[in-house]
Design a protein around this ligand. Structure first.
Ligand code: ZN
Length: 435
């Protein structure tokens, strides 16, 4: 049986000598009022377990609510991450566009600088032509060709205008260059701003991813807690099942004790009447006997050994009692392939025979070995051949080895308790049961 499930089961264990009490003729009977006291004790325990189940279910609901809250938060973070990623991509595109613009402006500035250089050379050329009279426009000739003083003034103005126009063009180039440089300055500032924003966005994205990782961690922690709570709920359900079985067994004992008392009363009455009749007739006749049938299909495997206990199944011991994988294995595993009979380890009374999600098909037997009570548990069976309340003999077949419940591979998980079944109190059967 897997460790997890072993931890399970039941905190119950209830006063329970009564099991044999039902067969009053064999052992000392408990009174009906004692039995009823035990029954109400079990009922109290059951209502305690039921309230625990409610609490665990509340816890499970709460954990599920927390998980859905965390998932909502994760959705929000996820949205924020994709929003941030979108903005990052947008900023990157803008940065690229800005860089392209800067390159273009640098190109434009270079073109203007080239033009200015050419213009400056042209102006120098013109200045030389003023002096050497060899330029394309001979200003001196223009001036000397004046017809009158007024004409001279006009011509001088015209020359001045030409010179000014050249200077104006140069100035215009200079102004263009300054404007482009200013523009470039501004674009560079824009670029720096964009890069700052990008860095901020990257930082935010990083923080969001950290938050997301934390939420993921929290979510898996909550999931683990929920699984544990489910397991706890399963344990409580198991406990409730066993308590219900115990209550039913006590109910059977009560009925059987009441029947016995009724039979005894009837017998006493009959005996009194017979005595009266005998006295009257001076005759004698009385006889009574009773017996009980045990038997059933006794399996031939394994060989029934002497002593109080016998081996419950043939096969190899695949796991012993004790620490296993960091936890504790509360039984002994016996495994073998094929159809393997499981037999009662000793004479006793079956008090639980049911299917549980953890133990699968499981039978609990209560034994009275020379006045010492023992409980044996047979888990994961393929099928059960006995029912609660049934008496079994040592070596009598009670089921077939299987792989039901929380089991990996066909095996018998066998537990032994000194006294009644009690949570985490199974003892090592080695040395007591011949294994
Ligand atoms: Zn086991």
């Amino acid at each position: 049986m897997k460790q997890k499930v072993l931890t399970l089961a039941v905190t119950a264990a209830v006063g329970f000598g009564t099991i044999f009490g039902g067969y009053a003729a064999k052992t000392e009977a408990e009174s009906v009022s004692e039995l009823k006291g035990k029954q109400s004790e079990i009922q109290n325990k059951r209502s305690g377990v039921k309230s625990d189940i409610n609490k665990v279910n509340d816890k499970i609901n709460n954990l599920q609510k927390q998980q859905s809250d965390v998932k909502d938060e994760m959705k929000r973070i996820d949205f924020a991450i994709s929003d941030t990623t979108e903005k990052i991509n947008d900023k990157k595109a803008k940065i690229n566009a800005t860089k392209t613009e800067i390159n273009k402006l640098q190109g434009d500035i270079k073109v203007i600088l080239d033009r200015m250089k050419k213009r400056s050379e042209l102006l120098k050329e013109r200045a030389r032509s003023y002096q050497e009279n060899g330029g394309a426009v001979n200003y001196i000739d223009v001036l000397l060709g004046a017809q009158s003083f007024n004409d001279f003034i006009d011509r001088a103005n015209a020359v001045a205008t030409l010179v000014l126009a050249d200077q104006e063009i140069f100035k215009q180039h200079e102004a263009d260059k300054i404007e482009l440089e200013k523009k470039q300055e501004k674009v560079k500032k824009d670029l720096a701003g964009l890069e700052t924003m990008l860095a901020d966005l990257n930082k935010m994205s990083q923080e969001l991813k950290v938050q997301m990782a934390e939420k993921n961690k929290l979510l898996s922690k909550l999931k683990v807690q929920e699984n544990e709570a489910h397991e706890h709920a399963m344990n409580l359900q198991e406990q409730e099942g066993i308590l219900a079985a115990q209550e039913a067994a006590i109910q059977r004992s009560i009925k059987s004790e009441e029947d016995r008392q009724a039979r005894a009363a009837a017998e006493a009455k009959r005996a009194a009447e017979a005595k009266k009749a005998a006295q009257a007739r001076q005759q004698q006749s009385s006889s009574s006997s009773s017996g009980s049938g045990g038997g059933g299909t006794v399996a031939s495997t394994p060989a029934v050994s002497g002593g109080s206990f016998t081996r419950p199944a043939a096969g190899a011991i695949t796991s012993t009692y004790g620490a296993r994988w960091g936890t504790f294995h509360w039984g002994v595993d016996i495994a073998q392939g094929g159809t393997v009979p499981i037999v009662a380890a000793a004479d006793g009374e079956v008090y639980v025979s049911h299917y549980s999600s953890s133990y699968g098909n499981v039978v609990y037997i209560l034994h009275n070995i020379n006045g010492q009570m023992y409980t044996t548990v047979y888990a994961h069976m393929r099928s059960r051949l006995v029912g609660a309340g049934q008496h079994v003999k040592k070596g009598q077949q009670i089921g077939i080895m299987g792989n039901t419940g929380d089991s990996q591979g066909q095996h018998l998980h066998f537990e032994l308790y000194k006294g009644r079944w009690q949570f985490h109190s199974a003892i090592n059967p080695m040395g007591i049961v011949p294994l």
